[in-house]
Design a binder for this molecule. Structure first.
Ligand SMILES: [Zn+2]
Length: 198
């Protein structure tokens, strides 16, 4: 005669299966700390990074759309859903009327008004599109532009802007919004100081 219930196993809570792997990536290992005022530093070519696994993340290729390098007044916040809350770009402090510069070479695919605000969009290689608002456009749709080319001037009136005027700068690939600051070339930032002191 057998007595005794089934053994009871008190297991601890198990980690749920199928939790997404943590992806550690995107941190640019580029140390820009060692800048020398001398101009001979330009000799070293950038290391070739042609890892096919990085195809999902576009390489940094843009320059700031304002000069000098602006203050970021509101960072990018990726929306969780297509229509959910978020901030689909970065806000950059500007002076009203300040020139807006193309962040990279491309073609102006929109230059006009959206809901009463001037907007410019530029298509770039790799399926990337940059958008600038609120602006007064100075180039028509269809214009081929180079990086740093003036494309309009900043208007005040961007929602939540804490200073006189803010340029809202967005980057999209298809329907996916990307963080523009992650796409700024570090060496380009260093080069973006053509102003000579008076
Ligand atoms: Zn904004």
């Amino acid at each position: 005669m057998q007595v005794g219930g089934p053994p009871v196993q008190l297991g601890g809570p198990q980690a749920p299966l199928g939790s997404p792997p943590v992806q550690a990536g995107g941190a640019p290992g580029f140390a820009a700390a060692q800048q020398s005022p001398a101009r001979r530093v330009e000799a070293a070519p950038p290391p070739a990074t042609t890892d096919p696994l990085q195809a999902a993340e576009p390489e940094p290729r843009f320059t700031w759309p304002l000069s000098p390098v602006p203050q970021v007044t509101r960072p990018f916040q990726r929306p969780e859903t297509d229509y959910g809350p978020g901030h689909r770009g970065v806000d950059l402090a500007a002076a009203p009327g300040q020139q807006v510069l193309a962040a990279g070479p491309g073609v102006v695919v929109f230059s006009g008004q959206v809901a009463g605000q001037g907007v410019i969009s530029i298509d770039h290689d790799g399926g990337l599109r940059t958008t600038y608002e609120p602006v007064t456009p100075t180039v028509p749709t269809g214009t081929q532009v180079f990086a740093g080319q003036p494309i309009g001037t900043v208007n005040p009136g961007h929602l939540g802007c804490p200073v006189e005027a803010c340029l809202h700068w967005g980057v999209r690939r298809g329907d996916e919004y990307l963080n523009p600051l992650a796409l700024i070339r570090t060496e380009a930032v260093i080069r973006l100081k053509p102003w000579e002191p008076p």
